[in-house]
Design a binder for this molecule. Sequence first.
Ligand code: PMP
Length: 412
Amino acid sequence: MDKGLNNSRKDFPILDQQVNGEPLVYLDNAATTQKPNQVLKTIVSYYQNDNANVHRGVHTLAERATDHYEAARDKVAEFINAANRKSIVYTRSTTESLNWVASSFGNLVVNEGDEIVISQLEHHSNIVPWQQVAQKQHATLKYIDLTTDGELDMDSARRQITDKTKIVAIAQAANVMGVVNPIKELAQIAHQHGAYMIADGAQAAPHMKIDVQDLDVDFYAFSGHKMLAPTGIGVLYGKQDLLEMMPPVQFGGEMIDFVHHQDASWTELPWKFEAGTPNISGAIALGSAIDYLTKLGMDNIHAYEHELVAYTLPKLLAVDGVTVYGPHDPNKHTGVLAFNMAGLHPHDVATGLDMEGVAVRAGHHCAQPLMEYLNVTATARASFYFYNTQADADKFIQAVTAVKEFFADGIS
Ligand code: PMP
């Protein structure tokens, strides 16, 4: 584990630098991941050789740009095992994907008196859009509770999802609690009650094999930047018949079939949703990121991260005064470790760790209802990816101990 999975660390030049006089240990991967040379080269090559607007031109560059952009869509479809490339809509991010499902599909199927079910561990981008639908449609937003371990309480799920439920929207992997939720089982429960299942895959798609057909989700959302691609490109997967039913969210060029003076008709899927000039280089770079991940193997990535967490979690738990949120059993944990240190504000913890070259996040992690549920205002969070090493884990634990001692000395 000293060179990253399959010696991958060498592909990430950004990791080879000093921060505050210490070698950088980047443990903020749940916020965004670093980009390998292969993806960076794809972006440069696109702009050096192929740059043109897609779908419009008949000239060679336009055809090449279009071919690359659409080939990347095929890669996305294969990556999540979508039945059909028409099910893959490019968006800006998970946030945009979830907003589109909520504002377009949600407002179509949710009526007065209906219920929308989410959980206590959701990211704001899978809470606020549903609040908006609930308010607009006079529907009720309900929350599935957590077990004391921080996992989804499936008894609570069975109680909350009823025949009144129209939408169940849950993160497949949680960005604070570090748990993986049983999306397939939730989809079965939702469908038994005639509800639609939406999965927020932002923290799952980068780390494990996803099969949207096996999960039987109706919609699935994820972001490129959390899986080696640049910011500004995301994906909304939807079952084809549901995307056909769902009205477009943005209107203008590219998404029309024909425009008359007073009205217009829409082109076919998936372009019906892709109004205007899209993030062409971002989509192509996402295709390159998928090539990179696929070569490593999603199951290998999952197993490697599990090994890192199984190594780190007991050591973190052993530091006096540290509280780790979510399960303490590494077998139930993803590479996301949210923690607090007794008597220290998480921002001070993160600043102290940065002085040691260790990058972690501190704050509410866009999960304020969860913070309220846990009765904390914020946490620190370390999150791993396949290019992290055992040495990174050791440095992290050493830095946590150093921060503890520094503040203990400062206070005494
Ligand atoms: N859902 C989860 C679980 C996340 O972790 C994040 C990103 N922190 C998002 C949604 C939103 O992703 P983005 O900011 O890329 O839209």
